[in-house]
Design a protein around this ligand. Structure first.
Ligand code: NAD
Ligand code: GLY
Length: 364
């Protein structure tokens, strides 16, 4: 196995797991799948991905699994795109896995971005009341966020991620070398989530991205390994303390309340999720200043860094502010007429504050 990999442990009792991060470790996937056999015998292994990622990395992962486990994984392809994160795709996975005679030892391996990870995770949560799954995230967003923490879901016509379950992966294998093929926009959108961890919980991480912004943009492999591992460690710590989002875990939604609203009012087609989160983080930081929670240097530094990383910081003027405010009021995290807003107290520190949707208007 790779000697340059870093491992972050997510401690959740009997559901604990390792997140391995390192350049080249796609070749170690098979060994990590095989290791699962030690806790309880593995049955059939299914590798689920989409044609885009499969064409780039599928053969390598298949070979690694076949070498370590002694049999090639059973291949399942789902269409590429957020619009396919739905019941139809889920059913196609159920049909195939059950037709192959899977038992409770089955292991589903999700190879791809957050869409693949979320839908495969939900399939694993529900097949035979729960089988193990392995996350092989290949986007920056998926490596720093969606592959860790056990949120799985599909979309419903009433909204995104409304049907889901908490189901932790058995192991996560994150290879930052996969970013070499990631489209520029996807890469930059993922950076917004890394910046988020710095703003909410780790000023030193924010400083590091500020100081080495050019290397970050150039996708320097060792630096990215560090950024992914640090982001995962922050997320792991939050998830360990509040797995089911009873309270604390909500801090991970910094920038997401306005971000989700912007995505919704623009029909989920104009912005990538991370791009909308960048806009939402700036709004949240400005709001934090307006309510006296932090000084203006927080939004100033945040805007400067996001701009340096190629992300927009101003919600375009053609987007109706009243529509955003309305969408905030319908966020799935609204209780009564109060939204739990994540505000900055200083760079690297944040807190939860219940606010009315109308309170955000001055920051938009
Ligand atoms: P995505 O999965 O749609 O991937 C983006 C695009 O990049 C796709 O076309 C994909 O095929 C392609 N791709 C993936 N890896 C590649 C690579 N290495 N090289 C070239 N192309 C590659 O998008 P995403 O941003 O990874 O994930 C977004 C999804 O994640 C959303 O559905 C969102 O709801 C979900 N999400 C879940 C959580 C969670 O905690 N479960 C957190 C954040 C986001
Ligand atoms: N992406 C936010 C969370 O996992 O809680």
């Amino acid at each position: 196995m790779s000697e340059t990999a870093t491992t972050v442990r997510v401690n959740l009792g009997e559901r604990s797991y390792d997140v391995h991060v390192g350049p080249g470790i796609l070749d170690d996937v098979g060994a990590h799948v095989h290791e699962l056999d030690r806790s309880s015998a593995i049955g059939k292994v299914f590798m689920i991905g989409n044609p885009t990622v499969d064409a780039l990395y599928g053969d390598r992962v298949r070979r690694s699994i076949a070498d370590a486990v002694g049999a090639a994984p059973i291949d399942i392809q789902i269409p590429d795109g957020e619009q396919y994160k739905n019941f139809e795709t889920l059913t196609s996975i159920y049909d195939r896995v059950l037709a192959e005679g899977a038992d409770r030892g089955a292991v589903l391996v999700a190879l791809g971005g957050g869409v693949v990870g979320d839908v495969v995770g939900f399939a694993a949560a529900t097949i035979l009341r729960g089988v193990r799954f392995v996350q092989i995230p290949t986007t920056l967003l998926a490596q720093v966020d969606s592959s860790v923490g056990g949120k799985t879901a599909v979309n419903h016509s009433a909204g995104k991620n409304l049907i889901g379950a908490f189901h932790q992966p058995a192991v996560v294998v994150s290879d930052p070398d996969t970013f070499t093929t990631l489209p520029d926009r996807e890469y930059r959108a993922g950076l917004a989530e890394v910046v988020k961890y710095g703003v909410i919980l780790d000023e030193k991480l924010f400083d590091l991205i500020e100081e080495r912004g050019d290397e970050v943009s150039a996708r320097a492999p060792q630096l990215l390994t560090e950024l992914v591992a640090r982001s995962v460690a922050i997320k792991a710590d939050v998830v360990e303390r509040d797995e089911k989002e009873g309270g604390l875990r909500a801090v991970l939604n910094f920038g997401h309340t306005v971000g989700h609203a912007v995505e919704k009012v623009t029909g989920y087609s104009r912005f990538l999720h991370g791009e909308a989160v960048a806009l939402g983080m700036v709004a949240a930081a400005r709001l934090s200043v307006k309510i006296g929670a932090c000084s203006s240097d927080v939004p100033q530094r945040l805007e400067a860094l996001l701009t340096k990383l190629g992300l927009d910081t101003e919600i375009p003027s053609d987007i109706d502010r009243a529509a955003i405010e309305h969408a905030v009021g319908f966020d799935k995290k609204v209780r009564g007429d109060l939204v739990t807003f994540i505000v900055c107290d200083s760079m690297g520190a944040c807190s939860r504050k219940p606010l009315r949707a109308a309170d955000i208007r001055p920051a938009l």
